[in-house]
Ligand binder design. Structure first.
Ligand code: 5RP
Length: 213
């Protein structure tokens, strides 16, 4: 089983803080994400700065695109993103349109979705989904648990590369031990730590420890 990748989500509300965090942790992680919060606030141009800083890393634009797939994907690609996200309630037509313009797209799973929909994404050539615990749901008391694990496992069995995200900490990743998670995406656990580089390294070390056993 492969060791999952570590992706940092930059969800700052201004470019300076996001870039400061990116510089601090970029070399500790496998993938750098321009988070939805950041992109909504400052626009997709921040992706260009990340691309310049990290010419050889995968850069994700977390657009959670719901419509206008062609234009949004074209813009993200022009700024240097390798991959972008579409929200699971988007029309398949939006996902397919986006996929024509950028190297790769991922479907962000929030709220209600079905395995039948998931199969239609797969049939359309989409190979990656992001299993997401909503920040607001977590804040209202929802926790990671067996129900999440079962859905993640089922998506992996369907043949998806599955990223897992939403308020992850070094302790919550333990739940997924032995599961072929493709990527863990962490935002605040890294960027709001006293020492973000150390926090990223600790997450990566824990993943190596758990997935090498
Ligand atoms: C919010 C997001 C975040 O980028 C993702 O959840 C990771 O952030 P955190 O670890 O801080 O929850 O997509 O919609």
């Amino acid at each position: 089983m492969n060791i999952p990748k570590l992706q940092v989500a930059l969800d700052h509300s201004n470019v300076a803080d996001a870039i400061r965090a990116a510089v601090a942790v970029g070399n500790e992680v496998d993938i750098v994400e321009a988070g939805t919060v950041l992109m909504l606030e400052v626009g997709s141009e921040v992706v260009r700065t990340l691309r310049t800083l990290f010419p050889n890393k995968t850069i994700v634009a977390d657009t959670k695109c719901a419509d206008a797939g062609t234009t949004i994907a074209r813009n993200c690609k022009a700024q240097g993103a390798d991959t972008m996200t579409c929200i699971c309630c988007a029309e398949l037509a939006t996902m397919k349109a986006a996929a024509k313009e950028i190297d790769h797209i991922q479907v962000e799973l929030y709220g209600e979705w079905t395995y039948q929909q998931a199969q239609s994404w797969k049939d359309a050539g989409i190979d990656q989904v992001v299993y997401h615990q909503s920040r607001d749901a977590l804040l209202s008391g929802v926790t990671w648990g067996e129900k999440d694990l079962n859905k993640v496992k089922k998506l992996i069995d369907m043949g998806f590369k599955v990223s897992v995200t939403g308020g992850l900490t070094i302790d919550t990743i333990d739940l997924f031990k032995g599961v072929n998670v493709y990527t863990f995406i962490a935002g605040r656990a890294i960027t709001e730590a006293e020492n973000p580089a150390q926090a990223a390294r600790a997450l990566k070390d824990r993943m190596i420890e758990l997935w090498s056993e």
